[in-house]
Write a protein that binds this ligand. Structure first.
Ligand code: NCD
Ligand code: ZN
Length: 364
């Protein structure tokens, strides 16, 4: 039976939520061996200021960090600032100086769950904010989809919102600010992969388990709404490009970021909440994806490639010390169950597809 040890890992993109969800979610991250997390700022209200003493609405990074710690998270914590029309150069300078601000999250306006405060990329690029970020070593986390498109451009056979964003918008940002560190979050297409791989050391990317495991066919066949997340899962050719990128032995800048995003109600009266929950089982799902990509994980050399993707590329990119603690991944099936919370049950993704077991398990 294949079994190997890995250093504890950094989930470079997750949603810790708030109120009754935060403690079970934080627990689910620690239960899957995370020594570090990056908790996205799309709370209600958004995390749109740095210090509690800064004026204006919204939560501060300072407050949200305390909430996540109070909910039981032990480990290293990144909490990006939500880029809104209220974000200023002074916030960036003061925040970077105090050490409270390390990263800023760009959401396309109305592009996904709680993305209503996002500003158009054109406004961001026309401002002094990208320069202030680059000068102060603040990383930009990008949800890479063009906003405000008509349905035919949003998702169609020839193109989609992510491809438009990575061909028309992102090259301008990178060319204008070559020193700005950018993480292209949850990339889903070959076009985005090519953009990331065509960049220098400053361009990084996260990839989720669902985008490595499934295609849009899985979502459509039976309308498996637990798989609905944004950007939506794409085509076989795209999944292939992602699989090639993460399993490349030379990969240093593409890393794990689950985008685990709990919703107690997925199907609504007029649609579906975007976000897949993969908390407590993500290393297992990534291992499954590596195998489905044709990688034999019983071999020390390929275990090393897996380790780079899951455990070391992310910390190295962020300048975070790697963990000295470890956990074990074993090719032994594990049952997946819902997580009960005071706000209702959370269904992990593969269970939401009707899969009650997964091929890998972990031991901390
Ligand atoms: C995320 C959520 O639910 O918070 N949803 C998603 O589909 N990924 C928001 C996000 O990161 O896009
Ligand atoms: Zn997300």
């Amino acid at each position: 039976m294949t079994s190997f040890s890995l250093p504890k890992w950094f989930d470079a993109h997750m949603h810790a939520r708030q109120e009754g969800l935060i403690a079970p979610i934080v627990k689910s991250q620690m239960d899957m061996g995370c020594y570090a997390i990056l908790a996205m700022p799309n709370t209600k209200p958004p995390v749109s200021k740095v210090h509690e003493s800064d004026g204006g609405d919204g939560w501060s990074i300072e407050k949200y960090r305390a909430m996540i710690r109070d909910a039981g998270f032990k480990g290293h914590l990144y909490t990006p600032l939500y880029l809104t029309k209220g974000t200023t150069v002074k916030m960036i300078e003061d925040g970077a100086k105090s050490g409270m601000l390390n990263t800023i999250k760009y959401y396309p306006p109305h592009g996904t769950t709680n993305a209503d405060f996002g500003i158009p990329m054109a406004d961001f690029m026309a401002s002094d904010l990208p320069r202030a970020m680059a000068d102060n070593g603040v990383i930009l986390n990008i949800h890479g989809e063009e906003h405000g498109l008509c349905a035919e451009h949003y998702f169609d056979r020839k193109t989609n919102a992510e491809e438009i964003f990575y061909t028309e918008t992102m090259p301008k940002l990178r060319d204008t600010h070559p020193n700005l560190k950018i993480v292209c979050e949850h990339i889903t297409t070959k076009v985005a992969c090519d953009f990331v791989q065509g960049g220098g050391d400053v361009t990084g990317a996260t990839v989720t388990p669902q985008h490595l495991l499934y295609t849009v066919g899985t979502l459509i066949q039976g309308l498996k709404y637990h798989l609905f997340c944004l950007p939506v899962v794409k085509f076989d050719e795209d999944r292939d490009a992602l699989r090639k990128a993460v399993t490349d032995p030379n990969n240093k800048r593409i890393f794990a970021g689950t985008d685990s995003a709990a919703h107690t109600v997925k199907a609504t009266d007029c649609g579906c909440a975007a976000g897949c929950f993969t908390g407590y089982i993500a290393p297992q799902l990534y291992a499954q994806a590596f195998e489905e990509a044709g990688v034999d994980l019983s071999n020390a050399a390929t275990q090393e490639v897996f380790k780079n993707f899951l455990c070391t590329n992310g910390p190295d990119y962020y300048g975070l010390e790697r963990s000295n603690d470890s956990f074990t991944l074993t090719k032994q099936p594990q049952a997946v169950e819902k997580i009960g919370t005071s706000e209702g049950d959370i269904t992990p993704l593969p269970l939401g597809l009707g899969l009650e077991t997964i091929p890998w398990s972990i031991k901390l």
